[in-house]
Design a protein around this ligand. Structure first.
Ligand code: AMP
Length: 282
């Protein structure tokens, strides 16, 4: 069946209410579009938990800082709709910026603590933008469940915390990171990379794996982080915002490796910012 595309909040709400009245379970996949196989894996996964799948496509200005790539962020609505239709999604929700943030909009949803580390340090205000838009999308669509990628692991934890704290009647699901053959995590921003930078980018997941092995061999974690940072800079990454071992439960800095430890990194290659993370295991 052809995918339905709705931009108006009231119409989406009506459609979702109609489905739920018929006893259908509704799942939401929030995205910023420029869809790739990582996004489509979320559509596949949520379809296991829901009868109807809504995918929102909205490039959210509030989660971009000054001087970041909001204006240039890749957009391909026609291509996205084709991919979603092929994947069997039921509805694409494509709100306009004026509908999401009408004149006089004055509310920010903000989660404390989890947002003060990692990307919260290098992108101040970013997570407030994320939680504000996700809270709105959840209210607008009213799904039974919503899914987020482990690719943005900190975002996933922040959203879980928000849903818990605000008693949002929604189940938050997650799915593992989809990677290219050489290990690079799929990202809409990868299209910015030159051929040369694309080759360098593949060294990021490789470095995280090597660091994980070093950590498992009982190497000092802080020293391993320092060596990882030096390696990335020596291989041509422009800057390293962070490369850190932290708890996958609460993002506290890891003192030793346990079953929940993950390694997190954010780097720049020229103007392109890349993030990645993975569990530390043998
Ligand atoms: P974005 O469009 O970048 O806001 O991402 C929308 C959703 O897709 C978020 O939940 C991301 O974590 C998820 N996502 C992005 N890249 C990947 C990937 N490579 N694998 C799995 N999920 C992803």
């Amino acid at each position: 069946m052809a995918i339905e595309k709705l931009g108006q909040i009231a119409l989406v709400r009506k459609e979702v209410h109609a489905w739920r009245r018929k006893g259908k379970r509704v799942g939401l996949v929030p995205t910023m579009g420029a869809l790739h196989a990582g996004h489509l894996s979320l559509v596949k996964e949520i379809a296991k938990h829901a009868d109807k799948v809504v995918v929102s496509i909205f490039v959210n200005p509030k989660q971009f800082g000054e001087g970041e790539d909001f204006e240039h962020y890749p957009r391909d609505l026609a291509g996205d709709l084709k991919k979603l239709e092929k994947e069997g999604a039921d509805l694409a929700f494509t709100p306009a910026e004026e509908a999401m943030y009408p004149k006089g909009f004055r509310t920010t949803v903000s989660v404390a603590k989890l947002t003060r580390v990692l990307c919260g340090v290098s992108r101040p205000g970013h997570f407030d933008g994320v939680t504000t838009v996700v809270a709105k999308l959840l209210n607008q669509v009213g799904p039974d469940c919503a899914i987020f990628g482990e690719k943005d692991y900190q975002q996933l934890l922040v959203i879980k915390q928000m849903a818990r704290d605000l008693d949002l009647p929604v189940e938050i699901l997650s799915a593992p990171t989809v990677r290219e053959k050489d290990g690079l995590a799929l990202s809409s921003r990868n299209v910015y990379l030159s051929e040369h930078d694309r080759r360098t980018a593949a060294l990021l997941p490789k470095a995280l794996k090597t660091m994980s092995h070093m950590a498992l061999e009982h190497k000092d974690l802080r020293d391993t982080e320092k060596k990882g940072r030096q390696f990335l800079l020596s291989e041509g990454f422009t800057t390293v915002d962070y490369v850190e071992f932290r708890s996958g439960k609460d993002l506290s800095l890891a003192e030793r490796i346990d079953g929940d430890t993950r390694i997190f990194a954010a780097v720049h290659l020229g103007k392109t910012r890349l993030i990645d993370n993975m569990p530390v295991k043998g």
